[in-house]
Design a protein around this ligand. Structure first.
Ligand SMILES: Cc1ncc(COP(=O)(O)O)c(C=O)c1O
Length: 342
């Protein structure tokens, strides 16, 4: 049976070139900086993002956790969107492990945090409050539909941060999707942030890994925190080899995922019972509503026909296009979805 897995871009498998690169990677002990493949990836990634340095970590969650812990000590605070991954999807790690408070604020439908909302959330200098140190934004913003945040928005966040002596962290798990959708060099999107975490997995299809990028000083701090978290890896070049292919060969092709997402969204808009606003600037996440109370039934039926959408309880669905899903797969999926829904 033909299987099309729309559950997430975390389902991507490594490309043939990644598998080849893994086989021939030169390896060493990365904890002592002796893995040439990791060193090469970290240098390349930092340059690409316009930062002085970067460090390979095991996941986006670890990148965000370390990113926050670089800037915030116990009793200090990060302001983040209430719908952000850092707030909802990382097991509260920054608070549990770092003693860092999180101040969630409203997320606008375009994935941004309104500047006035951020400003209103900054705590005054009063010992009743945690000390606000950091603003965290997510680009693209997952829960609001993969919306990209522009460089000009980031610049406004920077001006506010400067006014209050705050730092900025970007959860860039899908930053390259934003860069492709906005046709903006990725470094411009993060030039106003101190640290940025990018995922080599997800849309870029590497099997494992994220890079946390920032200044030499911040990344030196990050290495210590990574070690403390048990994230120091030895011959990590086998991960970095695929990561380098992710950054050199898999970025431009994200445009294909975006055009498949648009095609999917336009097709879904034609299907009875589906409520959707096809995005004008799509990335790879397609959100829509199915009839109330029928989610589980539809998801099960689609699953039986090889269209994987995950176990769905509520009526808001997310389908994700990624490496491994072709334009032809979209045509086929729309046909199956139409049959199941009608
Ligand atoms: C926006 C965002 N940030 C961070 C993460 C965490 O990445 P990881 O699953 O590699 O820990 C995810 C995972 O889906 C995500 O969607």
């Amino acid at each position: 049976m033909r299987t099309i897995d729309f559950r997430s871009d975390t389902q991507t498998l490594p490309s043939p070139n990644m598998l080849k690169a893994i086989q021939i990677a030169k390896l060493g002990d990365d904890v002592t900086h002796e893995d040439p493949t990791v060193n090469d990836l970290e240098k390349f990634g930092a340059e690409l993002l316009g930062k002085e340095s970067s460090v390979l970590v095991s996941s986006g969650t670890m990148g965000n956790l370390i990113g926050v812990l670089i800037h915030c000590n116990r009793g200090e605070e990060v302001i983040a969107g209430a719908l952000s991954h850092i707030c909802r999807g990382e097991a509260g790690g920054i608070s549990v492990l770092g003693g860092v408070a999180i101040q969630p604020i409203n997320t606008a439908p375009d994935g941004s945090l309104a500047i006035e909302d951020i400003e209103a959330a900054i705590k005054p200098d009063d010992y009743h409050f945690p000390i606000t140190k950091l603003i965290s934004v997510e680009n693209t913003h997952n829960a609001t539909g993969g919306k990209p945040l522009t460089a000009s928005y980031m610049n406004k966040v920077r001006l506010l941060a400067q006014k209050h002596s705050l730092k900025i962290h970007v959860d860039g798990a899908r930053l390259f999707n934003a860069a492709i959708a906005l046709e903006t060099p990725v470094k411009e999107l993060v030039q106003d942030a101190e640290t940025v975490s990018i995922c080599l997995s997800k849309g870029l299809s590497a099997p494992v890994g994220s890079l946390l990028c920032g200044s030499e000083e911040d990344i030196a701090k990050a290495r210590r925190i990574r070690k403390m978290l048990g994230g120091g890896m030895r011959q990590a070049g086998i991960i970095a080899a695929a990561g380098k292919i992710a950054l050199t060969e898999m970025v431009e092709r994200l445009a294909e995922d975006h055009s498949n997402a648009r095609k999917l969204a336009l097709g879904l808009a034609e299907i009875n019972g589906i409520e959707i606003q096809p995005e004008e600037l799509p990335t790879n996440l397609v959100f829509f509503k199915v009839p109330e109370g029928r989610s589980k039934e539809f998801a099960t039926k689609l699953g039986q026909k090889g269209i994987k959408v995950g176990e769905r309880e509520d009526s808001r669905w997310r389908l994700v296009t990624h490496y491994g899903i072709t334009s032809d797969d979209i045509d086929y999926s729309l046909e199956v979805i139409n049959n199941v829904f009608s």
